[in-house]
Write a protein that binds this ligand. Structure first.
Ligand SMILES: [Zn+2]
Length: 197
C-alpha cells in the first residue's frame, strides 16, 4: 500500500489509519494544485447491477465504494478497486473528482503538504426512502469549520439524476413498512459518491 512499488499504489500518497474514518490517504510529498493524483478504479457496472450488489447491505454500514460515472455506469471500487477508494470525505476538501471520457480522476484543488490527508466531498446522494437518521449514519467527522455534519449532499440542491429503486419498489409492494421491516438488513438504494456538481 505504500505507493511506488505497489501495482495499485500511487506515488503521491499512502494509505494508513485515519482519525476521520477508517483508513485514509496521506500525501507522501508536496502535491501542487491541479495535479491529477489518482484514477478511481473498480468494476464498471450498470446502475442495476450496483443496486443488486448492495441491496442487502446493512443500512447502518456507512462505507461506500460506489461512484456514479453517468446515467449508465457506476464504478464499484469494492471489486478491483485501487487505493483511491480510501480517500475520505471532507466538507472542506483539498481534492475534487473529475470525470473525463467516462473515467473518474481525483485532482488537487489546492497545494497539499506532505502528511496531509487527501479528501474530497463525496456528495452522497439521498433517497426518498432513507431512514430518518441517515445523516447520523453518514455523519461527517472532518472537523472543518464549515462541516455540514454529514457526508450526504444537502437535499434539494439539484434533482437527482435517477431513482432506480423507486420504480422497482413499485413492483415489490409491502416490502417496507411491514412489522419486520425495521429488523436487521433492509433493502435500500445503493449509496453513491458523485463528482462535482
Ligand atoms: Zn464535514
Amino acid at each position: 500500500m505504500t505507493g511506488k512499488r505497489s501495482a495499485q499504489g500511487s506515488p503521491y500518497f499512502k494509505v494508513r489509519r485515519s482519525r476521520v474514518h477508517g483508513r485514509g490517504a496521506f500525501a507522501l510529498r508536496r502535491i501542487r494544485k491541479g495535479t491529477r493524483i489518482v484514477e478511481y478504479l473498480g468494476d464498471r457496472v450498470s446502475h442495476q447491477e450496483a443496486d443488486r450488489r448492495y441491496e442487502d447491505r446493512d443500512e447502518r454500514d456507512n462505507h461506500t465504494f460506489l461512484f456514479i460515472v453517468d446515467a449508465r455506469t457506476v464504478i464499484d471500487a469494492g471489486v478491483g478497486g485501487n487505493d483511491a477508494r480510501y480517500m475520505n470525505h471532507s466538507c472542506n476538501p483539498n481534492c475534487e473528482t473529475v470525470i473525463e471520457d467516462k473515467r473518474v480522476f481525483v485532482e488537487a484543488i489546492r497545494t497539499i503538504q506532505p502528511g496531509e490527508e487527501l479528501n474530497y466531498d463525496y456528495q452522497l446522494g439521498r433517497s426518498p426512502d432513507d431512514p430518518s437518521d441517515v445523516d447520523e449514519i453518514y455523519a461527517c467527522h472532518c472537523g472543518q469549520p464549515n462541516c455540514r455534519g454529514t457526508m450526504l449532499w444537502p437535499p434539494k440542491k439539484k434533482p437527482e439524476r435517477r431513482r432506480p429503486l423507486s420504480s422497482r419498489a413499485a413492483k415489490e409492494p409491502a416490502k417496507r413498512g411491514t412489522g419486520t421491516a425495521r429488523k436487521g438488513k433492509q433493502k435500500l438504494k445503493k449509496r453513491t459518491r458523485t463528482a462535482a456538481r
